[in-house]
Design a binder for this molecule. Structure first.
Ligand code: ATP
Length: 443
């Protein structure tokens, strides 16, 4: 980012970067908070990303006063769904419908652009013991910013009508953003919450920043003191998964490995340059597939991790450690088995080789053997994987075929269709021949 003077007010920037509807939502949040005797702020990643010139619609609001009461009022006005977490003093507004549920002057505006808004009461946190979840109590915006992870995430923009756009930056976040630095707010930061180690690496690698020297020392210290082992498995997995969701997950993974953090949380992961390159290509294949088949859900994170799990024991250990399901484990084992085979020539052999694999495993295998623009592999995912014969089991039954011979016959029909472009009558002929051979061999 070009070096700038710290702005005192970001109203103009907000106007430039956001559609009018979003801006009016922010103004209304500020206005209704003020009418209820409170002050609302947009905070955290929203402010950081606005200043970085990559604005996001992921908006976190913090309220000096009672965030839940404000959220209840807004939900009622805008006819949004409301979820409240009393213990954490937070609430989430969600608009499920693009159209308003009933005639309202507010709903159409808000329902069309934002899909959710997180609202929290400004709070202080107290950590009863290292790595435990904090106890929280209402506080001022400054307290709320000082409890955050890094300076670049500890800025707020005031939404109060009289101060709309005012930047609140008590910890030097703006300067660190300019310098490209990830810096914690106090010495105990990683003791209180070691998940911040993963967050530091994630932001550093996402923005091409540098973790500041003292912060880096604190990370190494936290690692050496085994603070990470105090975290629950769920929290570590959550952070690891967020890292794997980054645009290029190989960068933070490499950094975590260099910092000797991966061996602490999962010694079975084998991080080498070659495997990271495989992961990078797997990520590209997953992106390619998601674009072609947006309706298909992929377990991307697990697929990416498979590139770092070299043996069945490693797959077992990782799945047990992070309590993954049986299907994930089987996906990993199936991949290892399929990797032992050479890439076949005939399309029907591809289908026999890859169709039994979950999509994730097939895509990771594709990444091992090819680049995402490889036409043969693309053809497998676009066509062959979904191909069916032009005849059905009923056709075979009508000719007297029964039991397992039906599926054997259908497989043969698909093979001639794919390998030779056979039409339906040829497929039927081949299927019957194969099915009868099978039946004879069983007598
Ligand atoms: P991202 O782009 O990664 O989603 P974000 O800033 O929106 O970035 P969130 O995890 O949604 O990240 O958190 C929102 C804000 O809450 C952060 O900007 C930060 O101020 C604060 N925060 C989140 N996690 C922590 C933590 N572990 N410790 C302290 N503050 C945190």
């Amino acid at each position: 980012m070009p070096f700038q003077q710290k702005p005192l007010n970001l109203a103009k920037e907000l106007e430039r970067k956001f559609p009018a509807e979003v801006l009016s939502t922010l103004r209304e949040v500020g206005k209704f908070a003020s009418q209820m005797g409170m002050t609302a702020y947009a905070v955290g990643g929203f402010v950081r990303d606005l200043l970085l010139g990559t604005p996001t619609l992921d908006i976190d609001i913090v309220v000096e006063g009672n965030g839940i009461a404000l959220a209840q009022k807004l939900a009622q006005m805008w006819q949004a769904d409301l979820t409240v977490h009393e213990r954490f003093l937070t609430a989430t507004l969600q608009w499920r419908l693009r159209e308003p549920k009933s005639a309202s002057t507010h709903a159409p505006i808000h329902a069309c652009t934002l899909s959710r808004l997180d609202i929290a009461t400004a709070r202080k946190e107290r950590y009863p013991k290292p790595a435990a979840l904090p106890e929280v109590e209402p506080a001022s915006i400054l307290d709320d910013l000082w409890r955050r992870d890094f300076t670049i995430n500890a800025m707020a923009i005031c939404l109060d009508p009289k101060r709309f756009g005012e930047l609140v930056d008590p910890t030097g976040g703006f300067d660190d953003l300019q310098r490209g630095i990830i810096r914690v707010l106090h010495e105990r930061s990683f003791v209180d919450d070691p998940t911040r180690i993963f967050r530091a690496v994630r932001y550093e690698q996402r923005f091409g920043f540098k973790i500041e020297r003292k912060t880096l020392r604190l990370i190494c210290h936290a690692r050496d003191e085994s603070l990470l082992t105090k975290l629950s498995r769920d929290r570590i997995k959550h952070e690891l998964w967020r890292i794997l969701q980054e645009r290029d997950p190989t960068k933070p993974m490499r950094r975590l490995s260099k910092l000797r953090i991966l061996p602490v949380i999962a010694p079975e992961l084998c991080v080498t340059t070659k495997r990271l390159e495989w992961m990078r290509r797997a990520n590209e294949w997953l992106n390619w597939f998601a674009e072609k088949f947006p309706e298909k859900r992929l377990e991307r994170e697990w697929a990416l991790l498979l590139t770092l799990l070299p043996t069945a024991e490693a797959v077992d250990l990782f799945s047990q450690r992070y309590q993954l399901g049986e299907s994930e484990r089987e996906c990993g084992l199936a991949l290892l088995k399929a990797l032992k085979r050479r890439t076949p020539k005939r399309p029907s052999s591809w289908v026999r080789w890859l169709n039994p694999l979950p999509l994730e495993a097939a895509l990771v295998l594709a990444a091992k053997r090819s680049l995402p623009n490889d036409p043969l592999w693309q053809r497998y995912f676009l066509e062959w994987r979904w191909a069916r014969p032009d005849i059905t089991g009923e056709d075979l039954k009508a000719c007297g075929v029964a039991g397992r011979a039906i599926s054997i016959g259908l497989q043969a029909a698909l093979a001639v269709k794919l390998d030779e472009g056979a039409d339906a009558s040829k497929q039927l002929e081949v299927a019957l021949r194969r099915a009868r051979q099978y039946q004879t061999s069983r007598r």
